[in-house]
Write a protein that binds this ligand. Structure first.
Ligand code: BDR
Ligand code: CA
Length: 324
């Protein structure tokens, strides 16, 4: 199997942890590095959680870069009401023994992207968090940004929102960063796909799936079961989304997701709409040609429909150790 070189940017995060397990363990992916940013929890918690997940997965070889602790302009807001007070389900895990890489996130990203590009196997960058680190990469190391193979980000939504009535959490948290990244993708012709809230909630894991994972009884399966059952308890239902892990699964199973190539902009002002991704779904080019704003140069593959059970099964089989 041809392995896809990937780098994850995370704010671990219950569902970022699910995504890390998939990226660390699936044989179709070659996880080259992980970078951390403040988001679901403060940066120090995000770094600890990320190291713990990689250690549990036995991937102590993967360098972890520490990135931005806050958005470019906004004050940080976290989502501990969703992810627990430590950002990762309050499982009481011991401190990790693994240490972060000596390089800060933008330098680790630069080195990893350039090394992969020079070896002829460009990296797929998967931001699963506010895109502060990625925007900084675009500004600090534009030559490296230009050599990213493609970006698959979790964020935004054409029709669904969560942080506010208009905006999704990752984009709302740092709208300027998301706008910079979309602009940089257009300027450097880096292909970009958006795994937003239109599909995010569909790949679900049930109580019965969690029980089956517990029966596997490996450290990875136990962690995966604990993460999902935390969300079952928190939201008092028996079907929790694998969240960010779906964006990683989309790399492995592109046929399970229907996308449309659409111009996308980020709303940077607006009284009630700041941080909304404006997905241009107009179907008559005449309207677009006469738009007084012009059309967004950022053309994005927007995920609009997903085969949720297929994506959830891919994740379950991987964390159960059935995919090697
Ligand atoms: C996104 O925000 C975070 O809560 C999740 O980890 C995911 O990346 C969903 O809006
Ligand atoms: Ca996340």
């Amino acid at each position: 199997m041809q392995r896809i070189p990937v780098v994850l940017d995370v704010d671990t995060g219950v569902d970022d942890a699910c995504a890390l397990l998939l990226a660390a363990l699936h044989p179709g992916l070659d996880l080259r590095a992980v970078t951390c940013v403040g988001g679901n929890a403060p940066l120090a918690d995000v770094v600890r959680n990320t190291l713990l997940v990689l250690e549990t997965a036995g991937r102590t070889d993967v360098p972890v870069g520490v990135g931005a602790s806050r958005p470019l302009l906004e004050q940080p807001v976290d989502a501990r009401h969703v992810h627990g007070s430590d950002g990762m389900a309050d499982l009481g895990m011991p401190a990790p023994t693994l240490e972060p890489d000596a390089r800060i996130a933008v330098d680790l990203l630069r080195d990893t992207v350039l090394a992969a590009a020079e070896a002829g196997e460009p990296v797929t960058l998967v931001p699963l968090a506010p895109m502060t680190n990625i925007a900084l990469l675009a500004r600090v190391h534009p030559e490296a940004f230009a050599r990213i193979g493609r970006i698959f980000f979790m964020g935004g939504g054409a029709n669904v929102s969560n942080a506010t009535a208009a905006a999704e959490f990752n984009v709302f948290h740092d709208p300027e960063a998301a706008a910079v990244v979309l602009d940089a993708c257009a300027a450097h012709e880096v292909p970009v796909a958006m795994y937003g809230l239109d599909v995010f909630y569909d790949p679900k894991v049930t109580d019965a799936d969690v029980e089956a994972l517990r029966a596997v009884d490996t450290p990875v399966a136990r962690l995966a079961a604990d993460l999902i059952s935390f969300h079952h308890r928190r939201f008092a239902n028996d079907g929790a989304t694998i969240g960010d892990a779906g964006a990683v699964a989309m790399l492995l199973s592109p046929g399970a997701v229907r996308t449309e190539r659409r111009p996308v902009r980020v709303e940077l002002s607006g009284t009630w709409t700041r941080g909304r991704t404006i997905v241009d779904t107009r179907d008559w080019s005449g309207d677009m040609a006469h738009d007084p704003h012009g059309v967004s140069p950022a053309m994005v593959e927007v995920a609009l429909e997903i085969d949720g059970p297929r994506i959830a099964r891919l994740w379950l089989d991987t964390v159960a150790g059935e995919v090697r």
